[in-house]
Write a protein that binds this ligand. Structure first.
Ligand code: ASP
Length: 343
C-alpha cells in the first residue's frame, strides 16, 4: 500500500504530466505568401495588415484559452480574414478570367482525420463554413461547384451574390494580368507579384491537444477552365494529424499539389522524427524551391511548436505559441514580437 504522502506526490506528478501535455494552446495564421516587398507597401497598408492579423490571432488565441475547440477556432479565425478585403479569401478574392470569383476552402481535424472541402464555389458567403459542413454533415470530403452550393444552401449557410466578393484592387489586378497574358500569347496565368496574394490559413493546437488546420482562398488571378488549386486538396494545401502536425499552405497551388506539401511535412515529422521546423523548412526551401514552386506554410506539431517558412520575399503571418509569445511578420524578419498576458 502506498503511504498517503507518497500517494499525494504521485497524484500531483500525474496531474503535472497531464497538464503540461495539453494545458497550453498554440495558434498560427497566414494571409498569403509572395513578392511582398517593403518598398511596394505604404505605411498605412502595412499597419492595416498588422492590425487585421493581430485581431485574428489574438481573438483566436483567447477563444482557445477559454476552452473553445480547435475546429471552432479555425473556422471563426478564418471567417475574420474572409470578411476582410485585404486577403484573397471571401471579400477581396481574386477574379477569374471571366471576372467572377470561384472560391476554394478546406478543413481537417487531427484527432479523427475527418476532413471537408469545397472547390470552385461562387455564392457561399463563408467557404470555410461550407468546408466544415461537408466534414461534419456529409459522407464526403470534397464537394465542388453547383453541387457544393446546393449542399451549403440545404445546410442553411448564408448565400450571397458573386459580386459580394468584389473589390476594385482585385479587378485592377485582373485587367493587368489580361494585358500581360495577351502580350505573351498565354491563355491562363499572367498574374504577377502582389496581385495574386492573400490566401488565408489557420492551424491550432487546442486545450485538448487536438491539432486542426484550415485554408480558404480565391485561388489565382485570371484562372480559367474551372481551375482548382491546392487549398481545398487535403494533403496538399491542408493537413492535420494529432500524431505528427497540422499544416496550411499558400503559394503556387499546382506545385503544392504535385509535391503533396502539407502531408509531406507531417510525414517527415512522423517517420523521420525530425522537428516540424526542420520538416517544413526542408519541404519549402529545398524540395519546393528546387522544383520551382513558390510559397510557404504554417505548421504546428503535437507539442505546440510553430513553424512558418516561406521561399518568397514575404508571407503575411502571425503566431502565438504555448508560452504566449506573439509574433507578427510580413517580410523576412518579424515586425512585432511581444508577450500575450496569460489569463
Ligand atoms: N495556393 C493558392 C492556389 O493555388 C493560391 C495562394 O495561396 O496564393 O489556389
Amino acid at each position: 500500500m502506498l503511504k498517503p504522502l507518497r500517494r499525494l506526490g504521485l497524484t500531483l506528478a500525474l496531474c503535472t504530466i497531464t497538464a503540461s501535455a495539453f494545458a497550453d494552446v498554440a495558434i498560427v495564421v497566414h494571409g498569403g505568401a509572395g513578392t511582398i516587398l517593403k518598398k511596394d507597401m505604404t505605411a498605412e497598408k502595412e499597419a492595416q495588415y498588422v492590425a487585421k492579423l493581430k485581431e485574428a490571432i489574438t481573438s483566436g488565441h483567447a477563444a482557445l484559452k477559454a476552452g473553445k475547440s480547435g475546429e471552432e477556432v479555425v473556422v471563426s479565425t478564418i471567417q475574420t480574414l474572409e470578411a476582410s478585403p485585404l486577403f484573397n479569401a471571401g471579400v477581396g478574392a481574386v477574379y477569374t478570367y471571366d471576372e467572377e470569383h470561384e472560391l476554394d476552402a478546406s478543413i481537417m481535424h487531427g484527432a479523427t482525420r475527418k476532413a471537408g472541402a469545397v472547390a470552385g464555389v461562387k455564392t457561399i458567403k463563408s467557404p470555410i463554413a461550407a468546408a466544415q459542413a461537408v466534414m461534419n454533415k456529409s459522407e464526403h470530403v470534397m464537394l465542388s461547384g453547383q453541387g457544393a452550393e446546393t449542399f451549403a444552401q440545404e445546410q442553411g449557410l448564408e448565400m450571397v451574390e458573386n459580386s459580394y466578393f468584389d473589390t476594385s484592387h482585385r479587378l485592377e489586378a485582373l485587367k493587368k494580368a489580361k494585358v500581360r497574358m495577351k502580350a505573351a500569347g498565354k491563355k491562363s496565368g499572367g498574374q504577377k507579384g502582389a496581385e495574386k496574394m492573400g490566401t488565408v490559413g489557420v492551424v491550432v493546437m487546442d486545450s485538448k491537444g487536438n491539432i486542426v488546420a484550415g485554408t480558404s482562398t480565391g485561388g489565382m488571378t485570371a484562372k480559367r477552365y474551372g481551375r482548382i488549386g491546392d487549398s481545398p486538396v487535403i494533403g496538399a494545401g491542408t493537413f492535420a494529424d494529432n500524431d505528427s502536425c497540422g499544416v496550411s499552405a499558400t503559394g503556387h497551388g499546382e506545385f503544392f499539389i504535385r509535391y503533396n506539401v502539407a502531408a509531406d511535412i507531417c510525414a517527415r515529422v512522423r517517420y523521420h522524427g525530425v522537428s516540424v521546423t526542420r520538416a517544413a523548412d526542408t519541404v519549402i526551401n529545398d524540395v519546393l524551391k528546387e522544383a520551382g514552386g513558390t510559397g510557404g506554410v504554417i505548421a504546428i506539431d503535437r507539442q505546440g511548436h510553430i513553424a512558418m517558412p516561406f521561399n518568397t520575399a514575404g508571407m503575411y503571418r502571425a503566431s502565438i505559441d504555448a508560452d504566449g509569445t506573439l509574433n507578427i511578420g510580413i517580410y523576412k524578419d518579424m515586425l512585432e514580437t511581444s508577450s500575450v498576458a496569460s489569463e
